[in-house]
Design a protein around this ligand. Structure first.
Ligand code: 5AD
Ligand code: SF4
Length: 418
């Protein structure tokens, strides 16, 4: 989502600025930030301190994104050389921010202009499209509802236009973005608009030239049977899905206010596997060391890991965040215990991943080639989201081709065209 927000900044500024990769030469530096965990917030201040040392005195420095939302004017108090602060839901105010001294806007109110930006698509093969903003869930560990505000779906006509323009420009893959994509259509600013995520997927898949659709993140709670059917049956929808588990323990899921149980999560994952067959890959997010997490709660998470055998696991130690209920809970877990659980989880996942990747040798995967590497390889992603490379050159770029996997390493599969 931050990548797409950054693209929206460029879309609005591309007539007045050219992109450059050297901050010491730039007239404007924007730094986009995350705030889900504390570490990136600390990194922000070291980063802007270093930028301030190398930037030209006349240049402007803006801090944008979720940390901007959450710290607001305190950023300028702590780092007075920052020229403006623009919260995650204020992307459309970038020109005003540049032209107003010490501009701070961290509004989370709905602003229709935040949906429609000039065309800017740096990747000729894949197009990110925001389908909603904000989040209405109240997961007790999460700062996002505070920084990105209430959930609102982007009108279907805007999404459809953007997708059509992308396909006319030769893009074959759409990547739909939102905090809870499968809740799409619950809140439109026009109360008469009716559409849900399954219908959105169907309509986008009918656009000529679009061969692949990916999305992130769906919420396990909203994975109803209709969605699972459409996901499994529509051949344009890539068979790779992110199912953020967070915890496998029912007590912890309840304390997190996730709204589902371990059993529901396993049922959805198993049903998807049954409907999609071997080709499906499932990724997840897991938090260890949430307040009150006992050894047996953690073992429940390990159970789900072993049962679902996720291809990718993004795992984090719980990080207490301001404006969240969990940060006020009195049963916080000591850092060393959380670290030890994280290490165990990641070690077990690496074993699972090695078994999965090894089993891919000699399989044939459909790969969309997007990246020319300088060592004579061309890289891309399989339908089920594995990074694959083959020997080759430019002419493979933008093509979707069958590749037989000849050598499988943990993060990269080597193959040859068949
Ligand atoms: N501590 C640790 N991880 C968190 N996430 C969100 N909030 C926190 C937190 N306070 C993780 C969740 C989410 C992912 C984007 O970041 O796993 O799915
Ligand atoms: Fe945060 Fe939960 Fe919303 Fe995801 S669904 S952004 S974890 S509050």
């Amino acid at each position: 989502m931050n990548v797409r927000d950054s693209e929206h900044f460029v879309a609005q500024l591309k007539d007045e600025y050219d992109l450059c990769d050297d901050a010491s030469q730039a007239d404007l530096v924007l730094i986009n930030t995350c705030s889900v965990r504390e570490k990136p917030v600390q990194k922000l201040f070291s980063e802007i301190g270093a930028l301030n040392k190398i930037m030209k005195p006349s240049s402007k420095l803006g801090v944008c994104g979720c940390t901007a939302s959450h710290l607001g004017k305190d950023i300028i108090k702590r780092a007075p050389y920052v020229d403006f602060v623009l919260g995650a839901r204020n992307v459309s105010k970038i020109k005003q921010a540049i032209n107003t001294s010490k501009f701070v806007s961290v509004d989370i109110n709905h602003d229709e202009t935040e949906f429609a930006f000039n065309d800017y698509r740096p990747n000729p093969y894949k197009s990110y499209i925001n389908i909603m903003v904000g989040c209405d869930k109240k997961c007790t560990y999460c700062i996002v509802p505070h920084t990105r505000g209430q959930e609102l779906s982007v009108p279907f006509s805007l999404i459809f236009n953007e997708a059509q323009k992308a396909s006319q420009a030769g893009v074959k893959e759409l990547f739909l973005l939102g905090q809870n994509v499968n809740n799409y259509g619950k809140h439109f600013s026009n109360p008469h608009e009716k559409m849900n995520f399954s219908a959105l997927l169907m309509r986008l898949s009918q656009i000529e030239g679009i061969e692949r659709i990916r999305f992130t993140s769906p919420h396990p709670l909203h994975m109803d049977d209709e969605f699972l059917e459409i996901f499994s049956q529509n051949s344009k929808i890539c068979k790779s899905i992110h199912m953020p588990l967070q915890s496998g323990s029912n007590a912890i899921l309840k304390a997190m206010k996730r709204g589902y149980t371990k059993e529901w999560f396993l049922d959805r994952a198993q049903k998807l596997k049954k409907l999609c067959g071997d080709n499906l890959s499932i990724s997840t997010d897991i938090i260890v060391g949430f307040p009150g997490e006992s050894q047996s709660d953690f073992n429940d998470t390990m159970d789900v890991l072993n049962e679902v055998r996720f291809e990718q696991v993004f795992s984090f130690k719980y990080s207490p965040r301001p404006h969240t209920l969990a940060a006020t809970m009195d049963n916080q877990i000591p850092a060393n215990i959380a670290s030890e659980r994280l290490t165990r989880l990641q070690a077990r996942h690496n074993e699972i991943l090695d078994e999965i990747t090894n089993s891919l040798e000699n399989n044939v995967l459909k790969v969309y080639f997007e990246e020319l590497r300088n060592d004579g390889f061309v890289g891309g992603r399989s339908d089920n989201n594995f990074a694959v490379q083959v020997k080759g050159s430019e002419e493979l770029l933008g093509q979707i081709l069958n590749v037989k996997i000849t050598q499988a390493k943990r993060m990269l599969l080597n193959g040859e065209l068949v």
